[in-house]
Design a protein around this ligand. Structure first.
Ligand code: GLU
Length: 506
């Protein structure tokens, strides 16, 4: 068998959807599993959809995920260039070969003529007429016009496109690695444009030519490309390359959590979760869309969550290191049906990886999120905090929510839970307790707890009476890790200060 070569072939048109990252991941795992090559090819032939910065952004997303291609526009490789716009001169000859063999034709129709056709043939049975075997002979192309007319138009440099001539009444079959045998009726497929009037190929021609020239052995892509498969298959056959055709796998859609249909960026906005891998800053609109990275996901967790959206190992195991994924992944175990995205489950994965992480490493990962909130601290101090609160955090952003009181005195906006049960005994207990804190020499959890309990007993109070008040004084709310851990970390002065502020408000 020839060496496995797979490709991820994105168009640089916007943010990288998690479905796109899953396509990268499955390609990557398959390549690594088989000791093959993973190629990144930028499909930028549609200049009207090109977005400045989108290619760099895709590369950064792959880097963040640790899914680094073996060949790419940046790295180069034996099959360079890897940007289709730079390969433009290569495609024309194949379009010509298809025309010469009668599988493609010149079409001279103007935009207005195409519009007129759509209006003319529109009917109840055919609400959106296509350029196909039913209409092509009524249009201006090298099938309907005489040889001389065509020669004349070409001579006069009349703009044209090249279209594939879809055969009539044929069934096209192919074997998909996930779906098994898939059939298509050629009558339902239109005569797709292969080469545009500026000489640039369309995706359909370019994807086939490049998969052939780059010796791609397996082509995995999203299910949304399934309707294009018959066109691609015919091109492989018509160009005489069918024995080299890659094996296909169309990956299932990632579905919205509620209802049906593909998960879109809009669902993320509506339901409050990210859909793109990283923040996407749209240069055209100025809109910034939050990514998984900036929302506080660890790349290992993101990848682990994604591998399970459409695949399972056949066991109950849910947590996989990248090495295990490479070892266990097989394309045959990818499901046919769509996989519903579940943000709560995604957060669960992230928490599993947070819990596994070494505290110092975790602190350095949390640091930028703290800095973004204006916190100035050291990795040392943050490591201690991270160790105390990691069990309460699902996302790296949660560390601020769960631990901001370590860095700033709380605002005490809601003291109602305290005032409700406040009395003289508590007031005098806390006043007395705070007054002797300066005498404590070894300021640590155990010494503090012992000191607090002693005073509590002397005052005839119980833990149930005073621990929650102390928590509210130190934290500003009813949450957080152990109160004596908090006091030990924020220090004597700050503890005194907070208790006194609250006593002053009682
Ligand atoms: N350029 C296509 C995309 O943007 C690639 C589809 C394929 O892999 O064939 O998804």
């Amino acid at each position: 068998m020839s060496k496995v070569r797979v490709r991820f072939a994105p168009s640089p048109t916007g943010g990288l959807h998690l479905g796109g990252v899953r396509t990268v991941l499955y390609n990557y795992l398959f390549a690594r599993h088989h000791g093959g090559d993973f190629v990144l090819r930028i499909e930028d032939t549609d200049q009207s959809r090109f977005v400045e910065g989108a290619e760099e952004y895709i590369i950064q997303c792959l880097e963040w995920c640790g899914l680094i291609p073996d060949e790419s526009p940046q790295k180069g490789g034996a099959y360079a260039p890897y940007r289709q716009s730079e390969r433009k001169p290569m495609y024309g000859q194949y379009a010509q070969q298809l025309i010469d063999a009668g599988h493609a034709y010149y079409a001279f129709d103007t935009t207005e003529e195409l519009e007129q056709m759509r209006v003319r043939y529109k009917s109840a049975e055919n609400p959106s007429p296509q350029y196909d075997h039913t209409t092509r002979l009524h249009m201006r192309n090298s099938l309907s016009l005489s040889k001389d007319e065509v020669a004349d138009l070409l001579e006069k440099k009349t703009p044209y496109v090249v279209r594939i001539k879809m055969p009539e009444n044929e069934t096209i079959k192919f074997h998909d690695l996930i779906r098994g045998v898939v059939n298509f009726d050629t009558n339902l497929v239109d005569d797709k444009v292969l080469l545009k009037s500026d000489g640039m190929p369309t995706y359909h021609l370019a994807v086939v030519v490049d998969d052939y020239l780059m010796k791609i052995t397996h082509a995995f892509r999203g299910e949304e490309w399934l309707p294009s498969a018959p066109v691609h298959l015919l091109l492989w056959v018509y160009l005489g390359w069918d024995k080299d055709m890659p094996q296909w796998a169309h990956l299932p859609l990632i579905l919205k959590p509620d209802g049906n249909g593909k998960l879109s960026k809009r669902d993320g906005d509506r339901l409050g979760f990210p859909v793109f891998a990283m923040d996407w800053n749209d240069a055209r609109t100025g809109e910034v869309t939050t990514g998984f990275k900036e929302r506080g996901f660890l790349p290992e967790a993101f990848i682990n969550m994604l591998v399970m959206l459409g695949w399972n190992s056949g066991t109950e195991q849910e947590l996989f290191s990248i090495e295990e994924m490479i070892e266990k992944f097989s394309i045959e175990r990818v499901h046919k049906g769509g996989a519903k995205f579940d943000f709560e489950k995604a957060k669960w994965y992230n928490q599993q990886y947070i819990l596994k992480k070494d505290n110092t490493e975790l602190a350095s990962l949390v640091m930028p999120f703290m800095e973004a909130k204006g916190v100035i601290t050291t990795v040392d101090f943050l490591t201690k905090i991270v160790a105390l609160i990691k069990e309460r955090c699902h996302l790296l952003t949660d560390f601020w929510e769960q631990g901001h009181f370590f860095f700033a005195t709380p605002e005490y906006n809601d003291l109602a839970p305290l005032t409700e049960k406040w009395n003289e005994t508590k007031q005098s207990f806390f006043t007395k307790w705070v007054g002797q804190l300066s005498a404590i020499t070894n300021w640590n959890h155990d010494a503090l707890e012992a000191n607090f309990n002693e005073h509590m007993q002397q005052a005839g109070l119980k833990k149930g009476d005073v621990l929650l008040p102390l928590r509210i004084m130190l934290v500003g709310g009813k949450f957080g890790p152990g109160v004596f851990d908090i006091a030990a970390l924020i220090g004597k002065e700050e503890t005194e200060k907070r208790v006194k502020i609250v006593l002053g408000k009682m």
